[in-house]
Design a protein around this ligand. Structure first.
Ligand code: PMP
Length: 351
């Protein structure tokens, strides 16, 4: 079978050794039943969750005064759970850096007054809004650290007097994130962690307050316990993916590889007579790289050309069009080299 390279923005490529392991274990996991038939309260399953949390804590150096929650509902449910749970004054500050942050802002407005401290909407999110100089009297500052659709990322954090809440859906475990500088981090799992259907929340314990909320929606009900039946299969796969990340050298090694992969690809785009990157400068994402020929028809022709050569999911997000290559942890360097070769082929003969 020809090699397929999957550049999907999510659900994205997972490590092949993990997929093979999952396949081999699927019918019978330890107790002779499938992992998807096993009680989430069984000892076997409890061990999986414990190991998953321990691996995540090691990989991200999560301090003890932070809780790790395994939830459902995607990053999208966190757009609401964050303001519901962190609400004290009912004033929140957001940076509007892309389509996902815009959605987070829209949902937060149901629970308080949202101050948008900076927005790059006017330049179609090709740039990042600057951090606000001073903020006070708000419950938190929300930022999307890596903008999956637009391909920008923040690399520096300001010192603020308020907790920083970050959506790290598309860069968690792909680059170092200094957890102790944040009040809360959240991420949908379906890019660097496992299948869709699992959401991670890492929250400083002093921010967890018992509130009059429906039980599933209160962080306090999920701390150090499984409140209800979690997405068991996803937790199991996530634990295996994190074992793979640890085996490969951890987040440091992932970041090093992602810098190399994205650097190679940006260099190829910058040197190309036909393609160019949408984002310039140090705001370029390591994991999501939008690019274009400048012509929608030629972009589509390239997508078909690449697909015929086993390079799939290179279309830009449906809201922005163009092309996009997502280079998550499980994308090997060979995939990026192959993409660059196919771009050269297209430049020479494809049009
Ligand atoms: N935030 C970011 C940065 C994302 O990339 C995504 C999904 N691609 C979301 C939020 C929404 O996540 P979900 O579909 O898990 O709700």
């Amino acid at each position: 079978m020809a090699v397929i390279y999957n550049f999907s923005a999510g659900p994205g490529v997972l490590p092949e050794p993990v997929l093979r392991e999952v396949q081999a274990e699927f019918l019978s996991y330890k107790q002779g039943v499938s992992i998807v038939e096993m009680s989430h309260r069984s000892d076997t399953f409890a061990t999986i969750v414990e190991q998953l949390e321990a691996r995540l804590r090691r990989l991200m150096q999560i301090p003890d005064d932070y809780a790790v929650l395994f939830l459902q509902g995607g990053a999208t449910l966190q757009f609401s759970m964050v303001p519901m749970n962190l609400r004290e004054s009912g004033r929140f500050v957001y940076l509007d850096s892309g389509i996902w942050s815009k959605k987070a802002i829209a949902d937060a407005k149901h629970y308080g007054d949202v101050v948008v401290a900076g927005s790059s909407a006017a330049v179609k999110y090709r740039d990042l809004p600057a951090w606000p100089k001073t903020i006070s009297d708000v419950d938190y500052l929300h930022v999307t650290l890596n903008n999956t659709i637009e391909g920008t990322r923040y690399t520096e954090l300001p010192d603020t007097g308020v907790p920083i809440v970050a959506d790290v859906s598309s860069n968690i475990l792909a680059e170092a994130i200094d957890v102790k500088r944040y009040g809360l981090l959240y991420a949908g799992a379906q890019k660097n962690i496992g299948p869709a259907g699992l959401t991670l929340v890492i929250i400083r314990r002093d921010l967890i307050v018992d509130r009059d909320l429906p039980s599933y929606l209160a962080y306090s009900k999920h701390v150090d316990t499984l409140l209800n039946t979690p997405s068991t299969f996803n937790l199991y796969v996530a634990e295996r993916v994190l074992a793979w990340v640890e085996g490969e050298g951890g987040v440091e090694a992932m970041e090093r590889r992602n810098v190399e992969k994205s650097g190679l690809f940006y260099d190829a785009l910058d040197a190309s007579p036909l393609f160019h990157a949408v984002v310039s400068g140090k705001q370029r994402s390591l994991t999501n790289i939008p690019f274009t020929t400048g012509d929608a028809e030629t972009d589509r022709a390239f997508q078909r050309f690449a697909e015929a050569r086993g390079l799939i999911e290179l279309g830009g997000h449906r809201s922005v069009g163009g092309l996009r290559a997502s280079l998550y942890n499980a994308m090997p360097l060979e995939g990026v080299k192959r993409l660059i070769d196919v771009m050269h082929e297209f430049e020479q003969e494809g049009q």
